[in-house]
Design a protein around this ligand. Structure first.
Ligand code: F6P
Length: 343
């Protein structure tokens, strides 16, 4: 048995822990493992190399992905799926482990439908993959957001300022909600719930009047909807999965300006950007990645393909890839409402 493994889409801390888990568990069973470079590009172009104990050693705590990644979409290439099947056959890959978010996993689902034995592992800092409570990388990202909010509290307080913290997450507000909740945000803005500048400013003024708080930390998701805030509408070209770059909206900067204009509070904005995806994975992500990687190899051993291994509650379970593909998991509104209690 030879397993191929690839990582696709945006990198996150914890990918290497998952690659290591897949490889180490496979070696224990006497299987061979090959790494496919740079996501689907590597399969389309046959950039495939053997992995061994040495190549996956010392990477558990290392961010990024030793295999490299890309946002290449074989479904957008003429005969792309057939080419992937052919290349996998040429490389004598009997089973493919695909570590990715919704985009990468939707290609995995299509490949499975076309006859490739595939198992998926969910990763994305956005945490928006359906049917899994957590994706690899999310916990590290929200830990970074929470720490940034903590640090911004002291400087905002000293200068009596409003600081707007823009976070990633695309069209789901998980990063803002959980990062903001853990970081003690005074208002959280997400794509799932729209607000007006008035809502935000009234709250900032109330905090000052009723609690004597002359500063506020506002966490805003890059894809948030805020009435009366002028965001950049022309976001330029989309990637091969049809996603435009939401950081180009500059919503944090626009909101900070609108708050200053409307309240007179001096305001600043900070874009956390790719800091949220850098560095070492948290303990939670290391353990999650290890459990999911091991579970993927278990499925291969049992000859069960076409599944994504997911965490539901504290259990790792297989869910059909076909049911996951194309669905986005929106935030848990109960958690969002809970964060509001502490504004
Ligand atoms: O999907 C993960 C993510 O970090 C999003 O939150 C963000 O919108 C996007 O990737 C950024 O992509 P890139 O790394 O290509 O700038």
């Amino acid at each position: 048995m030879q397993i191929g493994v690839l990582t696709g889409g945006g990198d996150v801390p914890g990918l290497n822990a998952a690659i290591r888990a897949v490889a180490r568990c496979a070696f224990k069973l006497g299987y061979d493992v090959v790494g496919i470079r740079n996501g689907w590009t590597g399969l389309l172009e046959s950039h495939i190399e053997p992995l061994n104990l040495k190549s996956v050693s010392g990477i558990l705590h290392v961010g990024g992905t030793i295999l490299g990644t890309s946002r290449t979409n074989p479904l957008k290439r003429e005969g792309g799926i057939e080419r992937c099947l052919e290349r996998a056959r040429d490389a004598q890959i009997d089973a493919l482990v695909v570590i990715g978010g919704d985009d990468t996993l939707s290609v995995a689902a299509a490949l499975f439908k076309a006859g490739m034995p595939v198992v998926g592992i969910p990763k994305t800092m956005d945490n928006d993959v359906a049917d899994t409570d957590y994706c690899i990388g999310f916990n590290t990202a929200v830990t970074i957001v929470a720490e940034a909010c903590e640090r911004l509290h002291t400087t905002a307080d000293s200068h009596h300022r409003v600081v707007v913290v823009e976070v990633m997450g695309r069209n789901a507000g998980w990063v803002a909600t959980i990062g903001g909740l853990a970081g003690g945000a005074d208002f959280i803005l997400v794509p799932e719930c729209s607000h007006s500048v008035d809502d935000i400013c009234n709250h900032i003024e109330r905090r000052c009047r009723e609690q004597g708080k002359g500063f506020s930390i506002i966490v805003v998701s890059e894809g948030a909807i805020i009435h009366d805030v002028d965001v950049m509408e022309d976001l330029g070209g989309a990637d091969e999965f049809g996603h435009a770059r939401l950081d180009r909206r500059s919503i944090g900067r626009a909101l900070s300006k609108a708050i200053e204009r409307r309240t007179g509070f001096e305001s600043r904005s900070v874009v956390l950007g790719h800091l949220q995806r850098g560095g070492s994975p948290t303990v939670f992500d290391r353990v999650l990645a290890t459990r999911l990687g091991a579970a993927a190899v278990d499925l291969i051993k049992e000859g069960r393909f076409g599944y994504m291994v997911a965490i539901q509650g504290s259990r790792i379970v297989p869910v059909p890839l076909g049911e996951v593909a194309g669905r986005i998991k929106k935030i848990d509104l109960e958690l969002y409402r809970l964060a509001e209690v502490f504004y």
